[in-house]
Ligand binder design. Sequence first.
Ligand SMILES: Cc1ncc(C[n+]2csc(CCOP(=O)(O)OP(=O)(O)O)c2C)c(N)n1
Ligand SMILES: [Mg+2]
Length: 755
Amino acid sequence: MEASTARVSRQAAPAGSGAAAIVRALAEAGTRLLFGVPGGGPNLDVVGAADAAGLRFVLARGETAAVIMAAACAELTGAPGAVVVTRGPGLASAVNGIAHAALDRLPVVVIADTVAAADAGRISHQRIDQAGLGRSVAKAVITVGGPGAGEAAARTVRTALAAPPGPVVANMDDGAQDEDDPGGRSVPTTPAEAQTPAGLVAEAARAGASVLAEAVRSARRPVLLLGTGAIPHTAAIRNALAGRCLPALHTYRARGVIPDPAPEAAGLVTGGTMEWPLLATADLIVGLGLDEAEMIPAQWEYAARTIMVAEPGTGHGGYFTGATELEMPLADAARVLAGGPGHDWPPGAGRAAQADAAARLAAAAVAAPGRLAPQQVVTTVRAHTPAETIATVDAGAHMLVAMPLWEVPEPHRLLVSSGLATMGYALPAAIAAALSAPRTAVVAFTGDGGLGMTLAEIETAARLSLRVVVIVFNDAALSLIKIKQKPSGQGGEEAVRYRPVSFAAAATALGAAGAAVATEPDLAAALAGALRRPGPTVIDVSVDPAGYPAVMDLSRGQAGRRIVAGLPGPRGGQPKREGACPVTITVAKFRDVAEGTQPGQFMIGDREPVTSLADLDPIYKRLLDEPVTAIVAVIGSDGLPNLTPVWFDYEGDTVLLNLATHRKKVAWLRRVPNATFLLMNPENTYHWLSLKTVLRREISEDDPVEGQRVTDQLDRIWVKYTGNEPPYALRDPSMDERRVLFELEVVKVATFGRP
Ligand SMILES: Cc1ncc(C[n+]2csc(CCOP(=O)(O)OP(=O)(O)O)c2C)c(N)n1
Ligand SMILES: [Mg+2]
């Protein structure tokens, strides 16, 4: 055995002690590793008892990292994770890891030394309210020790594993007389444990199946959402859905239930907008095993009926506004879905949506010379690692790129802190993955900020000779925060930017191999070397963060709401936005120079929210209503802005752009669904209005239902701009020119000057 896993104590704790009891209970549940940072004697008794029971002790550098390691082991193996920490600072330092295990529902037993209850009146040193602290983050706190140690230990493990699983703090006190001592009590009050009679469960399942069957019968475009709860039912779900071609979106942690290369695998659902093209089109959304902690804070406002199915006893929250909530076996629900009538999705609709999201992310890649775009990093690493590689991903802007672009063939190949989204996750989780699956390649994707928080664990990986490849997206900044930072009132660079750090050099100092790269070939070569080496390698990649705002917009912003070629458009045209979430367009009013130079000229003087273009100040609205030729900018296939004059038309907050289908602009707009219009007063170029828009929908003139609207709108702008009688008379005589109408939602307006 390596020096790093040296057994700290070769002497087992006395039989019957809390240490022996807790380790025995863990070993019986299948736990094989105990992580931690031991404090004094009682902790070492636990390490010794673990040794005697055949559990390997893994010394970590920090307690939170140790808990993350234990949680990742639990996620990969299903057996409870185990951690030992010292009293006071040890448990306090473990809190973030415990919070991660709590929100990702991972069974972890945190064995904490305590100031014994008998000494509590006398000893203040390192004495904190461990029961209170534990209760605030863990699922339960249980005192283990004394005559009831065996039973308390068994209950600790049972509680951690009971659905929904979670972390339990075992406060060790060998002087404890009974479990009711005030040093810590069990609080396992989860709904699952408040046993529902079997008859009621079966009745709820039957009722659920008929509600679901009814909904499925009338659905033409059902979309499936798969959450972490679906993972244990992967085989049944795959079997039920095989050949049905129903698009299935996955939460971060459920990725792989349907393999990413399958035609049904539609990519991610996070509560952001990357999933919008499918969900806005769906007429039924069925979630299997979603845990609401997996969803980012956002509104759930799709027009389709939403049905969320959970395994009996696992419960629901209130995230999915308006959803019907059912409790029934997920495998049964999958069979009901599969038993529905045919649907209208084109073949491969899921994969098309997934590929479209990936293509748009790739198109948003930006890299200055000497740097790589984050997208290039992920795709290069994916191309040069085996399919079954386990990737772990930290929190940060790089995560928004890594999660959608990293394809997996099965669950548990892409690990992330989903509920807590904590930084400092990827490296400890990768260490646990390498320990749990020693023959599998393991890659940790991390930002420089996140790695800084857990850097010392590189020594852990080196000491254990673990083949972990750490890919650092090094941009010397907290980029995710930087892109959210407002230009004023939120500090400047000092709030979000670090000094450059060589993580390659730091890695070498910590006993790992290190490489600094800034090109794809160098990255691929460094990776190949890392996969051949037995110990860890840190690949320090100089990344350009300039593309992150566009990535954010595609993941969570307006750009995510896009038309996908080959998929039907959104139902009912516009996304459901009325009611609680009315649209607002911010009008940025430039100061101007109409009355000569002035301080702050050409700066935004004022901002005004409006809900429709009709609400604009009349001096600008007239530019929309009069036959002012607009200039539209769209991004060409070479990535450069392309400007052309167009006739302008609008309805409410939607700009209508009518184009001949053979125009290049049509393809460009479909590729990058943004357009900006400038309307300039022909008599005074210092009086203008600009509208930034996002493509929502397109309608073909040949559409049997709505096509006439396209022709009518063309005639309307013909009259507006030429004053001639309809019909429009400029169709290309050499061909059967057909038209397409783009509906573009206005998201920003800027105004300048006066008539
Ligand atoms: C422990 C913790 N602290 C703070 C945050 C908030 N947070 C989320 S991402 C982020 C920035 C991450 O920076 P870095 O690791 O360099 O990744 P980047 O965004 O630059 O890709 C911060 C501060 C968090 N999620 N977890
Ligand atoms: Mg960074």
